[in-house]
Design a protein around this ligand. Structure first.
Ligand SMILES: Cc1ncc(COP(=O)(O)O)c(C=O)c1O
Length: 390
């Protein structure tokens, strides 16, 4: 029987053990045993053999999590990592070599920006940035040594959106790998492989966990690409812990209903905040005023759980807004059941120059709200009372 994605997120599970458990077991073990010396030798002889050796290589709890994400993303296979950044870094290290060139959207997560600009050049890998609002600027950047195009859509924190079908066809013509960070949308909202992406990665720390408990990352795509990534991760060690995989796999059971609620509340908050006199601009993928609204509607099933707005008073207003919050949490994470607000210009991106901040869409008064699962009126009331104080 072929099940719908929501059902797969709940029903894909490790084969039941002899204990006949209903909930999925947690395989908290570093290594696995063999019935004979010959079986043990065989396990080590062939890297492609489907047998557990050591939890840096594979583990049933981690496999369950990966199998679910691969099914939800419509991918052939996947591999998990300890954090989202490990997924990004392992992808770069596996598919880029000295002398290669990568093209990336300039609007990418801060640590991804650091890898691109500070580490890759150290190892002889060149990068070029393009502006998400100008996809036509990508093609002129392509060189004979360009191997990868990297995008986040929607981006963090600017919520820029790119037409995946358009960039995928460009990549196909030029034989370039298209890698998409799908962290903000999650596979419940957007499946980039359907539009032609080669590899899709996540910080599972965000909406996939959904309750701000554990770190994790995952990459999915075609089997032959994942096998190369798997060998890099197996040998260099940024593997996911079985405990985190167990937590994340249980979280996936509620991903679809959570994302529906996150998105419904986020849209309502965006619509309401738009009217406020202290706010100059609200950005949300499913607001018709979003510059890439039509692309968002084409490739996302809802607008996701993140809303950003610009306060008229700049940096000082941003600080005052955060200080005035009574319920909403002041923290830098996102994708939690609890609503979170952050002010990138004075926190996560304070070390960037004004020019660098502008390039990634961070204006002085930008507030990012990760809309949680509380009663939406309570969320709105807290935002409104904080707005009245800045
Ligand atoms: C879009 C995006 N990609 C990657 C990461 C990195 O993930 P992690 O913190 O799990 O390493 C983050 C973290 O905020 C993110 O927002």
């Amino acid at each position: 029987m072929s099940h719908k994605p929501e059902t797969k997120a709940i029903r894909i599970q490790t084969t039941q053990t002899s204990q006949k458990e209903h909930a999925t077991p947690l395989f908290l073990t570093s290594s696995f045993t063999y019935d004979s010396a010959e079986d043990m030798a065989a396990a080590f002889a062939d890297d492609t053999l489907d047998v557990n050796i050591y939890s840096r290589f594979s583990n049933p709890s981690v496999d369950e999590f990966v199998n679910k994400i691969a099914a939800l993303e419509g991918a052939e296979d996947g591999v998990a990592t300890g954090t989202g950044m490990a997924a990004v870094f392992a992808t770069f290290m596996t598919f880029l070599s000295k002398g290669d060139h990568i093209i990336s959207a300039s609007a990418v997560f801060g640590s991804t920006h650091t890898i691109l600009t500070k580490y890759l050049p150290k190892w002889g890998i060149e990068y070029s940035y393009f502006d998400m609002d100008e996809p036509a600027s990508i093609e002129p950047l392509i060189r004979s040594n360009t191997r990868m195009l990297y995008v986040e859509t929607p981006s963090n924190p600017g919520l820029n959106i790119i037409d995946l079908e358009r960039v995928a066809s460009l990549c196909r013509v030029h034989n370039i790998l298209l890698v998409v960070d799908n962290c903000f949308a999650t596979p419940a909202v957007q499946q980039p492989i359907q539009f032609g992406a080669d590899l899709v990665l996540h910080s599972a720390t965000k909406f996939i966990d959904g309750q701000g408990r554990v770190l994790g990352g995952v990459v999915v795509g075609k089997k032959e690409l994942i096998q190369q990534l798997y060998l890099f991760i197996r040998n260099t060690g940024p593997s996911m812990s079985p405990f985190n995989a167990w937590v994340l796999s249980k979280s996936l059971e509620t991903l679809f209903i959570r994302m529906d609620r996150h998105a419904a509340s986020a849209l309502y908050i965006a619509q309401q905040v738009q009217e406020h006199p202290q706010v100059s601009l609200v950005r949300y993928p499913f607001l018709p005023t979003h510059p890439q609204y039509h692309i968002a509607k084409k490739q996302m099933s809802n607008g996701g759980g993140i809303v950003t707005f610009e306060l008229k008073g700049g940096v000082e207003s941003g600080r005052a807004f955060l200080n005035a919050l009574q319920m909403i949490s002041r923290t830098n994470n996102l994708g939690d059941s609890r609503t979170i607000a952050s002010h990138p210009a004075s926190t996560t991106h304070s070390k960037l120059t004004e020019e660098e901040r502008q390039a990634v869409g961070i204006t002085p008064g930008l507030i990012r709200v990760s809309v949680g699962l509380e009663n939406v009126q309570d969320i709105l009331d807290d935002i409104k009372q904080a707005l009245s104080k800045c």
